[in-house]
Design a protein around this ligand. Structure first.
Ligand code: HSE
Length: 409
């Protein structure tokens, strides 16, 4: 009988315990095992909980109990989580986690320990919430040479953008609602500044390209500078603004991961993904493109991926077969985003069309309701971002907005 310990009893932890006991009999029967949760590690007091007898404040209870073979880390953060996960793996216990920060910052090291100790380190819940994406990338798409991945990887920001666009809700109100619904990070700056999406694209890039991509190496821009005017111009252009995390293989063999708001054309399915949903496109030489879609955050959707990893861990007991990648000593395999060839949307005040033509040549002008007479909005032709920056610096006027157009090829 495999005993399980759950580290943390916040939104995802309590969802994991709830879902586990709701469907335990069904999945135990299917896998022919008798899985049960023995411990819940939590510093807060839950003596009124129906699971009160399982709570402990001491990680050693778990580490020293040989009956516990699977540990679900759902605490978040890196400091304690890293220490506990590392110790659990060193004790030969399989760890499953929803902690994207931990996987993005320490994944290579933890995967190596798991291999050495003959156990597994699983993290389906770290990216895309309920969406199966880690296992499909590692297993179902393993025959492909992956050329690019692009996705809406943060439920909170997509929820905020949807509320702002469809209901004219303010940024602050939409964020407060996302927090109440349990979508946002403890510090929601991680959502709105793009760091959460950055951690997730690092995980996907490491998995797809086989080398650890550290978040510090990735260009990352969030949604805090976006305005409703930009959203209106995107609609007029024929698409929507979305926070996109992407990685693509460049002609020189390097990879380019990045996170930024992007104009996404209406014929790209990512432009239609609303609310807390995430969508992830994977491009490969055999499959062409596949898309993954589902709830990207929330208590039970994330618990679904955690409990699935627990079930898989029980099935794989005694083997070490989880996904893996190499650590990387430096970032020489990461391309400079300034060399990327992009079209860019620009919103500017106090500049003539003649000046725009002189600086940028051909552009596509956009319009919106109540557009002030001294405001221009346009999309440039594709050029290296470095050249775009030089041109924009010579345009003059006041630049009110600047958003890249999503192009993966
Ligand atoms: N804050 C994250 C999001 C939670 O909104 O996507 C799920 O990783």
């Amino acid at each position: 009988m495999s005993k399980i310990a759950v580290l943390g009893y916040g939104v995802v932890g309590s969802g994991t315990v709830e879902l586990f006991y709701k469907n335990k009999d069904k999945f135990n029967k299917k896998i022919g095992k008798d899985l049960d949760i023995k411990y819940i590690l939590e510093i807060r007091d839950f003596s009124d909980s129906p699971y009160a007898s399982k709570f402990t404040k001491n990680i050693d209870d778990i580490l020293n109990d040989d009956e516990v073979t699977i540990v679900a880390e759902v605490m978040g953060g890196v400091t304690f989580a890293y220490d506990y996960v590392k110790k659990c793996l060193e004790h030969g216990k399989t760890v499953v986690t929803s902690n994207k920060e931990l996987v993005a910052k320490k994944g290579a090291e933890l995967l190596k320990i798991a291999k050495e100790k003959g156990c597994n380190f699983l993290f389906e819940a770290s990216t895309g919430g309920a969406i199966p994406i880690i296992r499909p990338l590692h297993q179902c798409l393993a025959a492909n040479d992956i050329t690019a991945i692009a996705g809406i990887l943060n439920g909170t920001t997509n929820f905020i953008l949807t509320k702002m666009i469809n209901e004219q809700m303010s940024f602050e109100d939409a964020l407060a609602m996302a927090q109440k619904l349990g979508y946002a990070e403890r510090d929601p700056a991680a959502d709105v500044e793009g760091h959460d999406a950055c951690r997730k694209i690092c995980i996907l890039a490491s998995l797809a390209f086989g080398k650890h991509v550290y978040p510090d190496w990735v260009y990352c821009e969030g949604i805090t500078k976006l305005t409703l005017e930009d959203v209106k111009y995107a609609e007029n252009w024929g698409g929507a603004v979305k926070l996109i995390g992407s990685v693509k293989k460049c002609a020189d063999g390097k990879i380019l991961p990045m996170v930024r708001p992007a104009f996404v054309c209406a014929n790209n399915q990512l432009s239609h993904i609303s609310d807390v949903f995430n969508g992830i496109m994977v491009y490969g030489d055999a499959v062409d493109e596949v898309m993954f879609y589902g709830r990207g955050a929330g208590k039970l959707p994330t618990a679904s991926a955690i409990v699935a990893d627990i079930i898989d861990a029980a099935k794989m007991e005694g083997t070490s077969v989880s996904q893996t990648w190499e650590d990387s000593a430096d970032n020489s395999f990461i391309a400079d985003y300034k060399d990327d060839v992009v079209s860019v949307y620009v919103r500017v005040k106090g500049v003539s069309k003649d000046k725009v033509s002189e600086v940028f040549g051909n552009v596509e002008y956009l319009s919106r309701e109540n557009q002030p007479s001294d405001e221009l909005a346009f999309v440039t032709e594709a050029m290296p971002e470095r050249s775009f920056d030089e041109k924009l610096a010579s345009l003059g006027g006041e630049v009110l907005g600047k958003i890249r157009v999503l192009e993966l090829e």
